[in-house]
Structure formats: C-alpha cells, structure tokens
Design a protein around this ligand. Structure first.
Ligand code: ZN
Length: 181
C-alpha cells in the first residue's frame, strides 16, 4: 500500500440539504480525487439522487501548467471516439467546419470525446436563430458534421487551445504546441 492510495480513489459520500432538481428528494454528494490520463490529478464531485438517479458531475483539475495547443487530425470514424479532457479555459476550433466553442460555456472541466464535441456543435447550430446567419452555410456545416458522425465525412483538424495547459487528447498522434513568448 503506497501513500497515494490513502487519499485517492476513495469516494466520500454524504447526504446534503440540496433538493434534486428532477424529483425534490435530498441529493447525495460524492467526492473523490483520482488520476486520469497521463497522471493528471483531478477532483470529481457528483451530486446524486438515490431516488430517481439524477446525477450531476463536475471535474476540477488541481494545478495549472504551461499554456499549450493540442492538434489532432481526425482521419476516420475511429478517431472521433478519441477521449479527451477539456479544461474550463480551453477553446476548441475546427477550422474546416468554421466551428468554434469558446471557454466559459462550461465552468468546470469535462471528459468527453471528439464525437461529444461534434454533437455539442450540432446542438448549438440547431439553436442558432440569428438573422445574420446565412441559412445555406448553417445547413452545409450541419450536413458536414452529420456526415462525420455517420462515418462518411472528410477528415478535419481538431484544435484545442488551452491557457491552463491541462487539457489532454488521448491519442498517440496528437501534436502539442507550447506557447513560448
Ligand atoms: Zn431525484
């Protein structure tokens, strides 16, 4: 038994006074510290309703690192299942799709996949109801993303720019650009 096992990976659980947003029962709070890819320490906090199984999870990273940009070329359908950790300050860009997700839409980090990010962009496009938006280009981008998720799309570049330096893409082909200035 090493020292790390003393305070990591052992969830703490207790009942809170917070009502479940779905059914009104008291929520349970579950907290634990663990390590995800590349030995990054994170804290995972979950509110959980034992009655209706409502669940809300936040992932918080513990330290900051040097700013960096991660780039992954998505070549095929397997690549969109790549798991990634997006820090709260990371901005995602897909130049080929003219798509961008600014930080600030999430207040804590999230573990997701490239496909999860694409689905998020699709949801945003469907909500897009701006007179300035060109409906033809919205339809074109929506179709391209659907094609990618269906496995018939063209390859594209997935770029994650992170001033906190904590984001990760779980792929051997990821290119890491350090910001040296
Ligand atoms: Zn509930």
């Amino acid at each position: 038994m090493n020292d790390d096992s003393l305070d990591e990976d052992i969830p703490t659980e207790f009942e809170t006074d917070n009502p479940c947003p779905a059914c009104g029962s008291k929520l349970y709070f579950i907290f634990y510290r663990t390590r995800i890819t590349y030995e990054e320490a994170v804290e995972i906090e979950t509110f959980f309703c034992k009655k209706c199984l409502y669940k809300s999870t936040q992932v918080r990273q513990i330290e900051r690192e040097e700013p960096k940009t991660l780039v992954l070329e998505i070549r095929n359908h397997d690549d969109i299942r790549t798991i990634l950790y997006r820090s709260p300050e990371a901005k995602i860009q897909i130049p080929e799709l003219e798509a961008e997700i600014e930080p600030g839409e999430i207040s804590t980090g999230e573990i997701t996949t490239v496909e999860g990010v694409l689905s998020h962009i699709l949801e945003k496009l469907q909500l897009f109801d701006d007179n300035d938006a060109d409906p033809d280009s919205l339809a074109r981008i929506t179709k391209r993303i659907r094609d990618i998720i269906d496995g018939s799309g063209e390859k594209f570049t997935f770029v994650m720019e992170d001033p906190m330096g904590k984001s990760r893409i779980n792929s051997g082909r990821v290119i890491v650009l350090k910001h040296t200035d």
